[in-house]
Ligand binder design. Structure first.
Ligand code: NAD
Ligand code: ZN
Length: 348
């Protein structure tokens, strides 16, 4: 079969011929129906160096995956061949307290995980191929009725990551609250939809691209702002001087972190999701009083079940642009150039 592989750090992915995987005991092979292209993959190609994470290339890219069960290893029960499924992306040991409650991103026994601190497409082979081996059957979740794998795939990261971040701040997202989404790309546009579907807060979308703002409005944003020198002030004006109760930064650059801190309301949340390499100097008087600054990484398995439910009910619907496997590199190029709308999904 063909697979899009990252051969090394600081290198471009290559479409190569590899063996089809076969499942060992407790494992599942998924026939890929959709594999999302995430901006994190661009970071893997261009920004990461050996030692940044506890795993290394080569591996097949693609950490947001859905499709159909293709083959079951010995001892796997509760799944049937042909069944539509999503793959929960972060793979922990399965037995520590965190993994038991479904929070694999924070596995406390990573030495026993299939790959320490990673998953398929992050150290082990991912879904940018015709088939993908999932080493633990518990990571394969049946899709609720009516959810297309092409849409389920981005929900496993571009949906799950904002859902987890938003859920953490639900208590601050009442009817009189405002949420700001910075970066209305793959994650951000789904984030806007999740805010509208699960909270009564007003939503302000911020991006450097007009097309992204248009998408933000299509997704339900109440206001959209091109980011510039005055954006924090515009956010204050739009909120009666208060600022944003919750800022979700899906970029994570110096400029967006500074914007988030300047636009946040006292006692608000500033949540850093984007891994744009920026830093924010924090001191007692440098951010509004009692603003909580937090990072989030991916989400839990129970949260993925909830996101898939939102998807099946049509409350959240990623704007997916599909690409065949041999054009996956085009999808990444468009993402890098800022000409992609929503999420690119590779359909092998
Ligand atoms: P994307 O390329 O699809 O979207 C990024 C968006 O941000 C684009 O619309 C772009 O125009 C906008 N943008 C860029 N610079 C900006 C700026 N200075 N101000 C305002 N908007 C700006 O990327 P994505 O796939 O949505 O990923 C977003 C970030 O989140 C990446 O850094 C990615 O690695 C990271 N990520 C983090 C997690 C996590 O668990 N924390 C999970 C997935 C992705
Ligand atoms: Zn990702």
């Amino acid at each position: 079969m063909r697979a899009l592989r990252l051969p090394n750090w600081k290198s471009e992915p290559e479409l190569v011929e590899v063996d089809e995987p076969t499942p060992g005991p407790g494992q599942v092979v998924v026939k890929i129906g959709g594999a999302g292209a995430c901006h994190s993959d661009l970071h893997l190609m261009h920004d990461f160096e050996a030692g940044a994470v506890p795993w290394n290339p080569p591996f097949t890219l693609g950490h947001e995956n859905a499709g159909w069960v293709h083959a079951l290893g010995d001892g796997v029960s509760g799944l049937t061949v042909g069944q539509p499924v999503a793959v929960y992306g972060p793979w922990g040991c399965g037995t520590c307290e965190r993994c038991r409650v479904g929070v694999d991103p924070y596995c406390e026994n990573v030495a026993e995980a299939p790959v320490p601190g990673g998953g398929g497409g992050l150290g082990l082979d991912g879904g940018m191929a015709e088939y993908m081996l999932v080493p633990q059957a518990r990571q394969v979740l049946p899709l609720p009725d009516g959810l297309d794998p092409v849409l389920a795939a981005p929900l496993t990261d571009a949906g799950l990551t904002p859902y987890h971040a938003i859920r953490r701040s639900w208590a601050k997202l009442g009817p009189t609250s405002t949420a700001v989404v910075i970066g209305v790309g793959g994650l951000g546009h789904v984030g806007v939809q999740i805010l509208k579907a699960t909270t009564a807060a007003r939503v302000i979308a911020v991006d450097t691209r007009e097309e992204a703002l248009k998408l933000g409005e299509e997704c339900g944003a109440d206001l959209a702002m091109l980011s510039g020198a005055d954006t924090a002030q515009e956010i204050r004006q739009a909120t009666g001087g208060r600022g944003a109760d919750v800022v979700l930064d899906f970029v994570g650059a110096d400029a967006t972190l500074a914007l988030g801190a300047a636009a946040a309301r006292t006692v608000g949340d500033l949540t850093i999701v984007g891994i744009g390499g920026g830093t924010l100097p924090v001191g007692f008087f440098s951010v509004p009083y009692e603003v909580s600054i937090q990072t989030t990484y991916w989400g839990s398995r129970p949260e993925l079940i909830e996101v898939l439910e939102l998807g099946a009910r049509g409350l959240v619907k990623p704007k997916a642009s599909t690409f065949p496997l041999d054009e996956a590199v085009v999808a990444y190029r468009k993402m890098r150039d800022g000409t992609l709308e929503g999420r690119a999904v590779v359909v092998p």
